[in-house]
Write a protein that binds this ligand. Sequence first.
Ligand code: HEC
Length: 173
Amino acid sequence: MNRLLSALVFFLFIVLIANHAAASSDVAFPKDWKKWSSVNTPLTEIGGLPGCNADVSTLPPIYQETVATYCSAREGGPGKVAVLVNPYVLNVYEAHNGKYPDGANVILHLKDMKVLFVLGHKGGVAVYGVFTETGGDIATKNGPLATKTCVNCHTAYKAFCVNGQCGRIVKKR
Ligand code: HEC
């Protein structure tokens, strides 16, 4: 009986480890995200992420790829977004120089979907996370919500992205 029990505990332990390896964000959830500063970027100017039928042919390729990646996340597209910057690094976002300290730094808030895309840094290098508004880690192993998908796009477009930051501040019209 004892052996059965320890076998069971061992099994549960393995399941937990396997699950953890399957999906996890590479940056900690920023608990104080509601107090971060909202900034105006090209994407917030557009008003959000549209659905798959939207004509995005006039947008730069990185924005077209972003729409293609996320347009089917929800009927009609992901919808409204906000870009929230940790107040301590607002100057870095403005300067777009990539000189971010370690920790969570910038959030793309998918407001209608109640999801937070988080950009942080570890040892000076950009890392990513996907969370619910209450901190549930919903990064997946593959697909649009996998951190490797974030890395791919955020490093591929060198004219736009500096150390993980692809947006920049646009003056409100
Ligand atoms: C296909 C390209 C693409 C993919 C994939 C992608 N992003 Fe982005 N991301 C962008 C672009 C373009 C912007 C800038 C939007 C703007 O104008 O504010 C952006 C903005 C952001 C921002 C706001 C800070 C900034 O860069 O200005 C965060 C945070 C972010 N993304 C996190 C993520 C996370 C986390 C993932 C993966 C789950 C991800 N992104 C996947 C293209 C992408």
